[in-house]
Design a protein around this ligand. Sequence first.
Ligand code: ADP
Ligand code: MG
Length: 617
Amino acid sequence: MLTFTELGLSPNLLKGIEDLEFKKPTPIQEKIIPIIFSSENDIIGLAQTGTGKTAAYGLPIIQNIDFEDNSVQALILSPTRELCMQIAGDMVKYSKHIKGFEVVAVYGGASIENQIRALKKGAHVIVATPGRMLDLIKRRAAKIDKIRTVVLDEADEMLNMGFREDLDSILETTPKAKRTFLFSATMPEEVARISKNYMQNATTVTIGTQNSGAENVKHIYYQVHARNRYLVLKRIADYNPDIYGIVFCRTRMETKEVADKLIKDGYNADALHGDLSQSQRDHVMKRFRERTLQMLVATDVAARGIDVSDISHVINYNLPDDLDVYTHRSGRTGRADKSGISISIVNYREKSKIPSIEKAIKKKMERQPVPNGNEICQRQLFKMIDKMEKVEVDELQIAPFMDVVNKKLEWLSKEDVIKHFVSLEFNRFLEYYKNAPDLNEKDSDKYDDGGGRGRSDRGDRRSRSDRGGRSERNDRGERGERGERSGRENRSDSYNRSDRGERTDRGDRQDRGERTERRRPEKGGYVRFFINVGKKDKLLPKNIIGLVNDYAKDRDINIGEIDMKDSFSFFEVGEKHAEKVLSSFKDGNYKGRKIVVEQAEAVGSSKKKKVRTKRGK
Ligand code: ADP
Ligand code: MG
């Protein structure tokens, strides 16, 4: 075990580290820092999030800066705006005691002019999202011909988000004589390709699942009917009154729905997804960091890489198809020697994914019964009593009032006082969970929601849960107050037309690319695209087909469902041709107006099937 001093860091950096209260290097820091200092090799670092990668490359980069030289000396590429800001912020902290060090973060979705201005003032290090970086290079606002180091942070995620071509273009403009450090949680083919094409003599450093996170995470699942997911989520929240967690959903749509319901029901929750503006996202994240929000409902991409410590629960609202996604999600909790719980809400159909997840995490996922009403009441009651026990009593201040209070309560015994006090807070809670149904799905209940029919107890169950779903929280004043609701209304509308229009007019492709989540399309399916022309432009679905064929210069493109709206539309393209179609529209225009095409939320699997059968006829 080496110390930071033994790793050869300069006294001023050590001071910065001390200010941050980093006691000893993390395993990846211990391995990578000496390689950077003692060799000229490129590095491939394979490690999960939360292992301390930023300091592993960031500290040596700062130490190696030549302060005589005012050109950009290192470029750090990372997938999202949030991560760029986080990395740049970390570099500022490390370099607190180093005079003159300048780092500038540039990313899409923010004014490019301001970023150009910041770059003009000079930067030793640029932290950038690939799209915006390429844009700045093209505008000659960022010069990277003298860089000595390039870092690809979260390379797998950058590629997932469709930055492949941008990365290629950027890397091609960097000087030959430089070092490349690539960090990735996984090593899919695409990442291997990048490392093969752009790296030489790379040393690979793998930090297994030693990520302290994974060790301390307990994995449990509740098996329930899909239609009860939301009720189960509420039970999870009620059973864990101190919950500080992230609820992962598959789509932006679902994220919004779940968050809206939670807010309506009085929980401290909000949504984080790609349809929010940057300032809305920043606001949500700020409240989550400050713990004003207890539950962040998020898509995987939106929550990726965000470094929030002390997350108590990760909740999988449904199980992801991709094992890596599950690992990433559960890695958000259980950090820094704290314990965490990853809870999955699973229906009968999803259950088959569990064995492969268990294999990937090398741990068992334990099935637990959904907490019942009684258990929840007990927990809540305990929390309340505990709070009462621990409340600070200011003898002096309350003394003058105690006479009256005591007199008024004279007729009650001590036991009665407690009972009254408990009931005062608790009656509504008891009322809600009285007769609460058993939400556990039996393995014998093979019917699922949605299609399920004819079960004699079904109508009954549903009405009961519905009643719970709606009325329960509205009458619990204290929760309602806590849930902040201001400003939500403007946000809830998906694909809000004017919103899309605005972005379109701004027209900066890279901007949008970074803000919009791109999901990995599923094998053999369709990819759904948004296009900024619609019925108002006097177009019919066949014209959309025509546009796609014309732009892609290919008549064999498999076009799926077309959904025309007034001023914009959606169309689906067979996965095979999706990339081609997307890039062919790059400089497209329709009657003099710039055409904007971007990937929309992927359609759910059931819908996808429908499309296929329709076309199969
Ligand atoms: P990664 O990039 O691997 O996901 P980060 O670099 O964001 O991880 O670090 C994760 C968290 O760990 C951050 O909050 C960071 O401040 C903290 N951290 C990093 N190195 C150390 C260290 N040596 N000791 C204590 N905390 C650390
Ligand atoms: Mg990182």
